[in-house]
Ligand binder design. Sequence first.
Ligand code: FAD
Length: 491
Amino acid sequence: MYTTDGATWTQSAGLRKGLPTIGVVEPAKLNTDAGDDYVYDAIVIGAGYAGLTATRDLTTQGKKTLLLEGRDRLGGRTWHATINGFNYEMGGTWVHWHMPHIYREISLYGLQDDWIVTQIPGSKEDYTTLTSYGEQRNISHAEEADIVGRVWRLFCNVDGDDLRHTWKYAFGTDQSPDLMAEWDKLSCQDRLDQVKRRLSVEDLAVLEAVVLQMGSHTPTGLNDIALHTRLRSGQSKLHRCMFEHAVSTGNLSYSFQTPVVRIEDANGIVTVVARDGTSYRAKSVIATVPLNVLSSIEFSPPLPQEKQAAAAEGSVNKCNKLHVDLNGPDWLSWGSLGAPGKGLIALFGDGLTAADNSHLVGFGPDPNTERGMQLDDIEAIKVAVKDLLPKDKAEEVVFNRIVYHDWNADEFAKGTWCYLPPNFITKYLSALQRPHGNVIFASGDFSDGWRGWIDGAVQAGMQTAKQVIDLQSKQQKVLPKVNAANGVNGA
Ligand SMILES: Cc1cc2nc3c(=O)[nH]c(=O)nc-3n(C[C@H](O)[C@H](O)[C@H](O)COP(=O)(O)OP(=O)(O)OC[C@H]3O[C@@H](n4cnc5c(N)ncnc54)[C@H](O)[C@@H]3O)c2cc1C
């Protein structure tokens, strides 16, 4: 089935909006028997990883749950489209066994051997092209790994000890408020400025590209985890497993293409109003909308000032991602990093299509900055790709297909993976994680660990489902009488 999300370009068909994916769900299956004033145990807003995890955990633990999603599909900022048998990951892609919450989901549904490794060796163009401020050279992947490993370590080593002693628990945001406050002051640009005198022009270009994209080859550390393995059967396969598990309990109602515009919490019942005016009621709500979307929902009572300020500041990441299929298998093992770039700062091989063409994934800066490009500008994309290719080969390549999802123009995302601005964690993290009456918030954007990643979203969904269950079991002890007509505790 086709989602309205995403777009693809080919020479013969031009640019077309909407892509086929297994993530599309029939619009609605509601608990209509119970009448309009039925009160669910919980409403989950958003069917991304945080929402799917919460929904699955609530329904499998007996909670009558309604899942409301603005889009026509599962997955939020992660989903894959299948075109001519090839799975294009449109958003969040790479997952790993060092990401404990998502790995648990992968193995729970039997996908633990379902991997594709990105950037495998052996194709004709088996090297990395570095393009730094007009200079270009081709280096081996081993040399790339050395450079990236060195500059990335320098960037991250804020305490001179690789955080071995000052930051003992990777996910423990609260372990040292003083250190967090000190490091939280820095933007990525501030940190680049601190270390740049120790870098050559080429090193600096590499670091700028890596910081923007959060990925490249390294022998150890971040990118052996963050850019190594993706699911062969695609992200949407895992979403379907989680969703169908929830459906199988008989406790799930759902409505897709149902954007929520208002959440009202009064007298122990939360009323959630959709854009078409329909309202739904529950004892608890888990809101999983992205940080950059939070301010588009009206709350009554209004959100506390801190949450409003956090939502107004939001995530600063407006990075672009796209897929390019080049004719022939030669570019399978090739990679590139470049700064400042002409719209892309990284492009690398990630598998062959069924027709044996090279599939490449690219990342670029905010489309609305000087070096950014709009994704519907196909000629600009070709210029950006050629800028990263080796100069003597750039004019030879044939573009077979371009595929993308414009996350920045997407009303349900308004950005890509989360990067928080300076001082944000110190000022707002705990406020964002705090419930607002019977409304609880879960998002990979403000999770405890792997913040900005899939794993963080799963963690937040898991934790908030437990919060709802605990809260309701406490309330049940206080209010033991149940009104059989609508399932609500009578007071
Ligand atoms: C281009 C890109 C590349 C990425 N790469 C990686 C990667 O390789 N590895 C990794 O771990 N992470 C990656 N990430 C990050 C990862 O995808 C996210 O951190 C994670 O998916 C967030 O999950 P979530 O459930 O918190 O939010 P979302 O997935 O955004 O889910 C929120 C849901 O709420 C819905 N919604 C929004 N507003 C409303 C409304 N008003 N009413 C109803 N529903 C609404 C949305 O449609 C969405 O389905 C990437 C993200 C992007 C965009």
